[in-house]
Structure formats: structure tokens, C-alpha cells
Design a binder for this molecule. Sequence first.
Ligand code: ADP
Length: 333
Amino acid sequence: PLLRPVPESEAELAFEGALRPQSLSEFVGQRKVRGQLELLLKAAALQNRTPDHILLAGPPGLGKTTLAMIVAHESGRPLRMSSGPAIQHAGDLAALLSSLTPGEILFIDEIHRMARSAEEMLYLAMEDFRIDIMVGKGAGATSIPLELAPFTLVGATTRSGLLPNPLRDRFGFTAHLEFYDNAELEQVLRRAAQLLELPIDGRALAEIAGRCRGTPRIANRLLRRVRDYALVHGSDAGLTAVHAALELYDVDPLGLDRLDRAVMEILLTRFDGGPVGLNTLAVSVGEESETVESVVEPFLVRIGLITRTPRGRVATREAWQHFGLTPRSQEGL
Ligand code: ADP
């Protein structure tokens, strides 16, 4: 389970914070989503009401938290941040909801990991700005209705499919974030390099952009490693530094990281390219199937190494080529 390096150290988080765009116009790419959010916020402002609840779906590092902060910033409302795993009982949610100030934006990251009992409370809260609090136990238990201040919920999830329908239906707007293309990633990197006051040439930026799994967070982290390398070696932030950083991060020419490669290698060698079920694959690499499904697989599908079939996951011809392997069925032909 330790294959994916997600170093959420304080320094790493502070670094991320410093590079976060503050407004929709600074936010690179996702043009459609930006347009949709802009309309939604403007309409709410004109009618002087809280914006509709918003669900942001997509793999990690594509900008969900950033967008939640931008929603708060652009609508001039305070932001409260929480996460699904922090809400393990309905009581946790009741405490959170009842402490919101009118018009506050409530961000719940990984909302699909919230406790079931809290989910049910959330339905009512989202719809009517009201919750029912249970007091007492057994036959003497009663529920006391509690009015809430109006709020806007911004939920983030790596997979909207994991949310129960009644919850999904209560969001006025769902945005599906897509992986970024190379031109957009170069833009993210150029902006970050400027903020870091790091002179870096175009070839180096293009190289990072092509190898960061379509993900701004990974792009920024690689850029940081490049800066470190240049600093330590007294060199400029050029291709040499980029290659050193990529090596350090175990990034291959397609941008695959160690977990991506582990999944592919097992699919190719142990299961002869599939079809194989996702759970089996996940167990074989020692990861949770949710991680493989929401983090690893979307990118492998997007770059055409894996296809999903009703019988399971199958490696494509490109996958065999990329890993320099021959399907067993073709050996000796
Ligand atoms: P998520 O919540 O989806 O995991 P974040 O919003 O935390 O992702 O984004 C991770 C990092 O990537 C942030 O530090 C942010 O600076 C950067 N980032 C994400 N999306 C963009 C974007 N569209 N433009 C510029 N930077 C971005």
C-alpha cells in the first residue's frame, strides 16, 4: 500500500497553498467548468441568495479544493473546510452545520467517505436548511428540529459514482474535472515558476508537462524538485535538472509512476493482459480497489493503456509495446 508517494508534509502543503490560484480567471484549463461556475455564482449574486450546492468530481490533484476556495473568494463568503473521514457520526455533522454563519461555504473533501448516518442528515440540511436532532434513547427518544443558516455545500469526490443517488441529486451542479492537456500544464507551470521566481526554459517546462499524469499537483511538485536540484547543484533549471527530478520521482516517459507501473506489469505478466477484475488487480498490488479505480485507472484509460470491458480490465496493444512485452498467446508466432 505504500507505492504511491503522497507526501503531505507541512512544507509540501504550504508550497501547494502558495501556488493556488485565487480567482476563476487565474484557474488554468477546465474552461467549461469555469464558465458554468461563473454563471452559477453571478446568478446567485444577482438574486442575493446563497449559490446552489456544488459537487466537484475527479481524480486527486486536478483542482477541486482550489475551486472550492475560489467559489468562496469570488462570492465574498467565508469558507469552512472539512472532510468525509472527519465526519464519522451524525453528531459530527450536526455540530459542524449548526455552527455555520449565514451564507458560509462549507467544503467537504472526500464526501463519499462520510458516515451513512451523517449522509441522511445532510439530505435534509441541503434541501431545507434544517436538521432533526435525536435526543434520548429507545421509546423515549424524540427528534428536535433545528433551523440552520443557509449555506452552500461544495463537495469533492474522486468518484461521483460512489455517492448514493439521493445525495448526488441534491447538488444543483456537478462538475467533472478532466485531466489537463500539455498546453494547459505548461501554463500551470509557467505561472508557478513565476510565483517561485524560478527562471526555467521552455523545453524544461514542456518536459515536465508531458510527464505529470495530466495533473497540476504533480506538475507543481516536479517543478519544486527541479528547483531544489538547480539550487543544490548551482545549475540552471533546464532539461538536466528536469531529468534528475523525474528520476527521483520514478516517473517514466509516459508519466507513469510506480503504482501505475505496478498495476500494468501485473495485468500484463500475471494475467496475460486480462480481462481481470479491478479488485483482483488491486489486491495483487496491495492497494485498495478504490485507489486503483479512482486514481490509477482513469489515467491509464485516458492514455490508452487499459480498456474497460464487461469482463474486466484489458491491456491494449500500446500497453504491451510500452512495456516491451509480448502477449503469451503470440509467443513463438
Ligand atoms: P484536489 O483538491 O483536486 O486534489 P487541489 O485543488 O488541491 O486538487 O490542487 C492541487 C494543486 O494543483 C494546488 O496547489 C493548485 O495550485 C494546483 N492546481 C490545481 N488546478 C489548477 C489549475 N487549474 N490552475 C493552476 N493550478 C492548479
